[in-house]
Design a protein around this ligand. Structure first.
Ligand code: ZN
Length: 433
């Protein structure tokens, strides 16, 4: 047999092996959904790591449980546990790492199914985290196990991690592992987030969060002219944003393939605004007292494009504030950066991208769509802290269902994406012809 024929045979055997594990894939996804890993506060992280430990140890992985001690939210009540499992091949080669977050967001209202029941109906598995992203985690595990069965003497290593806190920034999860050097030994990363089985997510836009405060002077509310109203100053900031900033942001377009279409421009969300006394009347204090507010705070969430520079993003805001300071009587402000993430985008010719592209063609008979996420996910830590660019998000599930009531993942989609993941392992770690 020629080597090409041999590798074709391996591909066929691998996809047949995934098909044969369909029920196992369903059961594994259900089991994962039935461990309620709500974040906040970060429940049952240890339980899900222990579950994954049993499963992956049985498949020959060496496992390590890592608690992100000192990370935001880590406490004895809610410890931030992560698992990293690694299986060495027979010979030297690259390491392919599948990273999934184990946390899920709040259930919310509007469910018609048990959010932690893992109910299977009409080819769909329902539950909080079914799509984001326990279905993807299960698909990557079954893909790896099928690959091990068909190709036991592979090169390199396979790693599977289950990590905490992605939904709250990933600091007790991937960021912590990256700081500990876990990605130093990794060459390829696939994050099975629910991007749809025929799309490859190359990266995400940037984020800049800041708190702006305008200052005033407290006085009696019946004589506001004796004080200085911080809320009116903030009103001037908002007015200036409406007049100049929002139109300017709408005019900035990116060449990044961001989805949905509306996120192909720069955006700004005013996350919160608060000035003066609390609007909540407490029974023990009764009515508010008449005072002129001396402080007003606004939190802005600016999402920026790979074509933009973070210094310019900041300068746009401070430019407005400085402009008001020079033109508006008694205007003064403070500004505090809360959070920053630079945009990231893996090149289309990176090895992990071309490999998964070929596997999608083979499995689905079509070219993938390349997309960029409007919001960030754990790729930011792998890029910035782990210094690894060869990373994508690829996994089953419909992104629009994430965080919604009656969240589900389609079984066929999971099977197809498991095939794509297994075929990618074959390309990256299988016998070279
Ligand atoms: Zn997710």
């Amino acid at each position: 047999m020629t080597s090409t024929a041999a590798s074709l045979r391996l591909q066929d055997r691998l996809t047949a092996e995934i098909e044969a594990r369909r029920d196992d894939l369903i059961a594994l996804t259900q089991d994962l959904i039935r461990i309620p890993t709500l974040n906040p506060p970060g429940e049952n992280y240890r339980e899900i790591c222990d579950f994954l430990d049993r499963r992956l140890s049985a498949s020959g992985f060496a496992t390590e449980l890592v608690r992100a001690v000192g990370s935001p939210g880590d406490s004895d009540r809610y410890p931030r546990w992560n698992i990293v499992a690694r299986r060495e091949g027979a010979r030297a080669g690259d390491c392919v790492h599948f990273n999934s977050h184990t946390d899920v967001v709040d259930v919310g209202r509007g469910w018609t199914r048990d959010p932690f029941g893992g109910e299977l109906a009409d080819g769909r598995i329902y539950g909080r985290g079914a799509c984001d992203m326990k279905g993807g985690l299960a698909a990557s595990i079954v893909a790896a196990e099928a690959f091990l069965a068909i190709c036991p003497d592979y090169c390199g290593a396979i790693e599977i991690s289950g990590t905490a806190d992605e939904e709250s920034g990933g600091f007790g999860g991937v960021a912590y592992l990256a700081q500990q050097g876990f990605f130093d030994r990794v060459q390829h990363v696939i994050i099975p987030e629910p991007l749809n089985k025929d799309r490859i997510c190359l990266g995400h836009r940037g984020v800049w969060w800041a708190e702006i405060e305008t200052y005033g002077e407290i006085a009696h509310g019946s004589m506001p002219f004796l004080g200085d109203c911080a809320v009116r100053h903030m009103g001037a900031v908002l007015h200036e944003m409406e007049e100049t900033l929002f139109p300017a942001l709408a005019a900035k377009r990116t060449d990044m393939p961001v989805v949905p279409e509306g996120a192909k421009q720069s955006t700004l969300n005013i996350n919160s605004i608060h000035g003066g006394q609390s609007e909540i009347l407490r029974p023990d204090t009764g009515l508010p007292s008449p005072v002129v507010p001396d402080s007003c705070r606004m939190i802005v969430d600016r999402r920026f494009l790979i074509e933009e520079n973070i210094d310019d993003v900041q300068a746009e805001i401070t430019g407005i504030l400085d402009g008001l300071k020079s033109t508006r009587d008694r205007f003064d402000y403070g500004i505090r950066e809360m959070h920053r993430v630079l945009p990231t985008m893996t090149e289309k010719d990176a090895p992990v991208v071309t490999t998964v592209t070929d596997a999608i063609r083979l499995t689905l008979g079509k070219d993938p769509e390349y997309v960029v996420s409007p919001g960030t996910y754990d790729q930011k830590h792998i890029d910035r802290i782990g210094k690894l660019k060869n990373c994508i998000a690829y996994g089953p599930g419909i992104l629009d269902l994430a965080h919604k009531p009656d969240e589900y993942v389609g079984v066929d989609d999971m099977v197809d994406s498991a095939k794509v993941m297994a075929l990618s392992l074959l390309t990256l770690l299988g016998p070279k012809d």
